[in-house]
Structures are given as C-alpha cells and as structure tokens.
Design a binder for this molecule. Structure first.
Ligand SMILES: [Zn+2]
Length: 160
C-alpha cells in the first residue's frame, strides 16, 4: 500500500465562493471564502482578490473540540482526495496498458472468464425462476403458497 500522507493542505488554506461581501479598503468588493488553516478550520471570511483577508463572517471562533474535529475531517478529506487521485492514476495506467500487447490478451482472457461466469449465473437464475414458477403454479399463487415457496428456496440455499 503506497500511502502518501504528505498532501499539501497548506497550499489550500481557503477556497473561494462567489458571494458579494463588504468593500475592502481598496474599494473592491470581497467574496466569501472558507479558511482551512490549522487555527481556523472551516471558518468563513470575506476575501479581497488583491489583499486577501478582509473580515471574518463567522465572528465567533470555534472552541477546541470543534477545531479538533474539523481538523480531523480535513485530514480525512485530504487522505480521500489522495486515494481518489491514485485510483484515477491507476485507471489511467491500466487503460494505457490495455492498448499494448500482453496485457490486452490478459484482459481479454479475464473478460472471457467473467462472461462465462455471468452465463453460468444467468442459467442458474433462469433455472431458479423456472423452478419457482412451477412450484407457484402448483400452489396456485396464494400468499401462503408464496411463503412456502420462499421457505423452500431459502432452505434450498442453506443446504448448499
Ligand atoms: Zn483589497
């Protein structure tokens, strides 16, 4: 398992959202943003495109356990983001490999095997459905009959 814990959470200290806020001292309108720093995880503020921080939207600072929990959530999100990235990378490499010789044969073989398995399952399903139909017809489709059929099927499955 290749775990890359060294994600750059510092680079992403906030993200921007379009929202009209108060004017900055430069007379530019600020927009809403959310801080994801260690000190202020998840705290919203007004952001000037040129000067950055203008003013907190969430005046109240989080207490310790809220901060802790938000930082943990940030950690989880970072890890998941990394996992998604490596999975996407994996998919990319796999599809690239699929276009070259040997692995294509392997993939085809795997595909054949899966198709065969699917066919087997389909046959098993049809047989089961046919069996159920016969028993249902026999029992005349009554509710009681349905329960009996279900019991028979469940018992049949358990025996295997
Ligand atoms: Zn400004």
């Amino acid at each position: 398992m290749a775990k890359s814990e060294s994600s750059s959470s510092g680079a992403r200290s906030y993200y921007k959202k379009k929202f009209d806020g108060p004017l900055c001292f430069c007379k530019k309108r600020s927009s809403m943003a959310k801080a994801w720093t260690d000190d202020n995880p998840g705290r919203r503020f007004w952001l000037c495109d040129s000067h950055g921080f203008v003013e907190w939207i969430d005046k109240e600072e989080q207490n310790d356990w809220q901060k802790q929990s938000l930082l943990e959530a940030r950690g989880v999100m970072d890890r998941q983001r990394e996992e998604i990235k490596s999975l996407q990378q994996c998919v990319k490499t796999t599809s690239q490999q699929a276009t070259t010789g040997d692995s294509t044969a392997l993939l085809l073989e795997e595909g054949d095997r899966l198709a065969e398995e699917k066919k087997k399952l389909e046959i098993a399903l049809i047989t089961a459905v046919e069996k159920e139909k016969l028993v249902r017809q026999f029992l005349g489709l009554s509710w009681g009959g349905f329960i009996v059929v279900t019991t028979i099927i469940v018992f049949g499955m358990l025996k295997k």
